[in-house]
Design a protein around this ligand. Sequence first.
Ligand code: NOJ
Length: 547
Amino acid sequence: MTVDRLEQPEWMTSDPNWWTKATIYQIYPRSFYLANPKARTSRLQNTPPFRTKMHPNDDIVGDIEGISAKLDYLKWLGIDAIWLSPIYPSPMADYGYDISSYTDVDPLFGSLEDMDNLIKNAHARQIRVILDWVPNHTSSLHPWFQDSISSKNSAKRDWYIWRDPKPDGSPPNNWKASLTNESAWTFDENSGQYYLHFFLKEQPDLNWNNPEVVKSMDEVLRFWLDRGVDGFRIDVVHCTGKDDELADSDEARSWAPRSVIHEDPSTHGLLSHWRELAKSYKQNPVLIGEVFLLTLGQIVNYYGNSDELDLAFTFPAVFIGWNAAQFKSLILELKSIYDGKNAYPAWVLSNHDLPRHLSRFRGSLNTAKCAALMLLSLRGTPFVFQGEELGLTDVKLEPQQEVDPGHRDGSRAPIPWDKSPNHGWPIDRDPWLPWPPDSDEKNVEVNSLIQEGVTHTYKSLIELRKQNLALLEGSMEIIEGIDEKVLAYSRIGENSSVAVLINFSSHDIEISQFNGCEIIFDTFTNQPGGHFGGTLEGEAGVILKIR
Ligand code: NOJ
């Protein structure tokens, strides 16, 4: 059965695998842009008293109208879809990943009407809208949990994971919560039982073995799909299913080494169920998984037999430095694991949980351009995290300025739109986090004018990718026999092929085998032009036409 609630244009319904050709842009709404401070102030006057104020300016954040206001910039950049980190009502213990209602919008960000407008405005520009969906846990202030904690006899008691203490009163098992690295269990004095939370105690884990949870969340998915959203990025999806035994684990479950390593086979059944639900909608919603596991071999399982996730982030790419040999071996490993399983990769270098890649790489703007070349020319769907196209690095905070319990503030600083003191934001106080370094130069206004700058590297490559079928649809092979400081691969289309050469070192490297090939992209100019002369400059990358 397909849903006909909305009129859907041909461009939206015609390609069931549209995301294989899309460039997807992650928006962290708190830090993207604020368009309507007046409306926000009046909404906040009616905000329920649940929100704890973390610091005086923690309400100086972006809004949904601000996303609508910047769609033309995203269109100019060539973006095909935006993924919004959570916009739902939330006490903000984990900045929106603690959801207290799945079918509404937090008054900080706007209203349901603002979301409807955003979907409409984005679709008018052929930009799709993907929401973050957090099935593993709710906020402890979600009415479901409030009911569940109210009594052992609550009808919703079993919607969450409750267990008796061990005989000595200690938690039911040795699991550790990520973000805090403390026990994943919190004791409820009232009922004498513990509840499970893989993250903060304000984020109790749902019990997905309970069919009522499955049913209620189906309604959540339908609520948004009926409103026209084009898919979901599913938060820590590998954690969702739990067995009933909940035995001690050998390894503490924590973000050290930055991974929640829990896996249970029941998650696969849930995924194929959600896939079927999503695919009953005409807009061909995409399901993207945050499978935060450390090996590609583990991650690929969540594609199922092409009946679970459409995309899962290739997270091992964020654990390696700016090193050609390491990226080469990752690509070889990926090919050997993914190709046989028909799994299409989702490349990511930065997001709101990680230090920005330019900070991790300790790189220059030339490094940022080379990283963009890699991200946008590998086979797979590229994800761009807001601001990476400006060459942003992390904001450095004193410990007393930190607001995130997981110490992830660095990459979450607000986007500077211009070089004025407020960087284009209509605000009279400082934003919730300080501006990122060098905002006077690294802002949208300045960068959109610099043809050879990093923003144009993104813009030009996104455009080239759409036009060049080898880049868009071709297979990928590592090119062997080249200096180990150069990452070299080909993209092989039906009628044409290109070679991508990226020099990770700061010195010139001779590469004779492509002498004379036409240059169709060069990171120094962000343009095509000329023929390859056999030398690749330091911190430079090129795309060459080889067939
Ligand atoms: C992953 C999200 O990206 C992160 O920000 C959040 O803290 C955890 N999941 C818990 O929802």
